[in-house]
Design a protein around this ligand. Sequence first.
Ligand code: HGY
Ligand code: MN
Ligand code: MN
Length: 415
Amino acid sequence: MLQLGIVSELARAVIERCHAIAGFSDHPSNITRLFLGEGMRACHTYLTAWMNSVGMQVDIDAAGNVRGFCPGTDASAGSILIGSHLDSVPNAGAYDGVLGVVLGISLVEGLAERRLPFSIEVIGFSDEEGVRFGVPFIGSRAVIGDLDRETLQIRDRTSMPLERVIRDFGLDPARLRDAVVSSSARAYLEFHIEQGPVLESIGVPLGVVEAILGQSRASLTFIGRANHAGTTPMQLRQDALCAAAEWITHVENAANSTQGLVATVGKLEAKPGASNVVPGEVTASLDVRHAVDSVRTRVIEELLQAAHEIGRRRGLQVESRVVVDQRAVSMDRELTHICERALERAGVRPHRMTSGAGHDAMIVARRLPAAMIFLRSPGGISHHPDETVHEEDITLALRAGIHLLEELSTCPLHT
Ligand code: HGY
Ligand code: MN
Ligand code: MN
């Protein structure tokens, strides 16, 4: 279907395009592209122009997802979705999410005038990380029709409700129902960097994801009493930051003593935040992940209990709420087998693995057979400016993608 020379050219262009998109940021000196910020608007403009140039019809749906559509030759063959997210964490790398969208469009570009029986819809999701509103997967939840009224009222740190942010961006929340994927969609494929050390440690360029760990996210507030740092005796303090610090050590100990569990306090804010004031209030995030849902939910419960217990002992009030309770998700077996065969035909020994990172595939999998192909992360680093990818692995991913589309053209999915 595609000469190898073209594939290597496409791979080089993939890197260039990821770097171009890295320039679309809400921050003047690093990659920070949040839900419906100005960086996302520039990203929409860039991708719309590219998608149009390769013959795709483009729409920005009411949740801010970029939807590129390449028609097939046989309406009864339905459509295959290829996607990932366009938003980033603060001070991010250039490939998390974006690579999957750029690879999807590059596969369409590689088809040139050729049309497959099924349509291809490439989706750039508007929010997977959940940085702006504290809840992830806004874009993919909109695509499966799962963005409820309660979520639309959640406020960002400027106290702007999600629904208002959509309107201020120039989109219409009333059209969210049009964002829902059509019933003719047959499958969802996501290419993504592994974001961890496994593939590099075994010298394998690509992996096939069997399952994605479940994740819980919680928000806690330790409420003590601000007071003078110089005049307040230690035994009379209700120091919110010391309470949080004791709890954070407890979180780390719990994770170290629970096989296969990871727990992270990634965000911590002390108020009033002056060096000569005993911190009166601390807000903290908690992220807990595990392959087995009952272990994850037990541990997050224990960790929230521990925070309240530490608060009681120190004479503080503690408030906590779970904001995400996302169960572990297995990828579609049949589609995963097809991915494995595609890797083999691309000359890669397929390695099956679980994903510690969450992905839009775990949301879309609620509605469609979903599968993921990982690309090796050099240095195993991600959510960091040093995040990178090998060009030769992109070439292999494109070749695997072509074999994938070929196989789906000749033997449609049974599910
Ligand atoms: O946090 C995650 O697992 C993903 O990078 N959003
Ligand atoms: Mn991420
Ligand atoms: Mn990601």
